[in-house]
Design a protein around this ligand. Structure first.
Ligand code: EPU
Length: 334
């Protein structure tokens, strides 16, 4: 284990915020975990840094997860179970799957971040969530100094949510994930934009690869590339409201989009609410709201995390004032 001191985290977060970590190490070998556990510093785990807003210097130890490897755990005629180390880049796993003809995660192409974040956040896009393919999650449980494996059910997945954000927050270091992927075609093209894109691409025979390419095309046309403009994808979750409240909103704004959740609740796109409050394309100095997707806050150059936090606060307040809806942040704030 190589412990570094006073390291800038700028290269390790997609917002490109420059704050130092008191101590920093790259974890490449799970056998280092017992020794790291004994270090008397608060531990912070960083994967791809693509869903995080850094607002202050980080005291304690930042661990960058670099655990790598994809192995086939078992397979049968219909499925394959891949055991993937948590430091693998998520999109590399998607490419590995589509190149081997394994289906199930193609709609999640190009989501920034690492495999370890996929259960944490239950990442999702274009009608699919990671929880649909996650069989189990293995993690180092700091308190007991041991590895535990949780089944899909034990992970308590929800919309951008899991047990790792609640009961196990700061208590578990995710080391590997097993995904159950399909060998037989079983695709989800329910999301309108995918159908449209596949038609534009002239694809009439579906494949995991074709869907992944359609998704990659949609994402690159709408979402800013963190290598060019700092951002952490969707900054807020899409809020869930009651059907009663939704009906009141429809009477005022008949174009408001919605997705059904159950008989009583609907989800509305936060991007739509934020755009209606006039924020889309807003820029002040180095901070702003992306011009093509109002859910994405951006750092054009040298913004600090607090400026972005304050912008998000203003957005929350204006959405609350106009629509009486409380937006919840999706990014983790350190
Ligand atoms: N819309 C606007 N203004 C905008 C953008 C969108 O009014 O600037 C409206 C449109 O009506 C559109 C609807 O919002 O039909 C939904 O937009 P979009 O399809 O872009 O998806 P989203 O709900 O804004 C969610 C996820 C994204 C994911 C997309 C596609 C959340 C918080 N975000 O965004 O995930 O890529 O769906 O499935 O659920 C992420 O989590 O970082 C992320 C990018």
């Amino acid at each position: 284990m190589h412990l570094q001191q006073n390291i800038s985290l700028k290269p390790y977060n997609t917002f490109g915020i420059d704050v130092p970590a008191e101590y920093f190490t790259e974890l490449k070998d799970i056998n280092d975990l017992p020794e790291i556990t004994e270090l008397p510093y608060k531990k912070h785990v960083l994967g791809g840094g693509s869903n995080i807003l850094l607002t202050q210097p980080i005291s304690g130890l930042v661990m960058h997860n670099k655990l790598k490897g994809i192995t086939t755990e078992k397979e049968n005629e219909n499925h394959v179970w891949l055991n993937v180390q948590a430091g693998e880049v998520w999109h590399d796993l998607v490419l590995y799957a589509i190149n081997n003809g394994f289906g199930g995660i193609e709609n999640l192409a190009l989501i920034p971040g690492t495999v370890g974040a996929s259960p944490m956040q239950n990442i999702g896009a274009y009608g699919v969530e990671a929880k649909e393919t996650i069989e189990s999650v293995t993690f180092w449980y700091w308190k007991e100094k041991t590895f535990l494996t949780y089944s899909n059910r034990e992970c308590a997945f929800g919309y951008r949510d899991s047990i790792f954000k609640h009961q196990l927050k700061d208590k578990a270091f995710i080391t590997s994930v097993v995904y159950k992927l399909n060998k037989k075609p079983q695709y989800n093209t329910s999301y309108g934009a995918i159908k449209e894109e596949l038609e534009n691409m002239g694809v009439y025979e579906l494949s995991a690869k074709a869907i992944a390419y359609a998704v990659m095309h949609i994402r690159t046309s709408k979402l800013p590339d963190p290598k060019q403009i700092g951002n952490a994808g969707s900054f807020f979750k899409n809020p869930t409201i009651t059907k009663v409240q939704f009906q009141q909103l429809v009477s005022l704004y008949n174009s408001i989009p919605s997705y059904p959740v159950n008989d009583l609740l609907v989800k509305v796109p936060a991007a739509w609410l934020i755009e209606r409050c006039g924020w889309k394309g807003y820029r002040k100095g180095d901070i702003g709201v992306h011009a093509k997707q109002a859910l994405v806050l951006v750092n054009y150059a040298h913004a600090n995390g607090n400026e972005i936090w304050h912008l998000s606060d203003e957005i929350v307040k204006s959405v609350k004032a106009k629509f009486n809806i409380e937006l919840e942040r999706e990014v983790q704030v350190w």
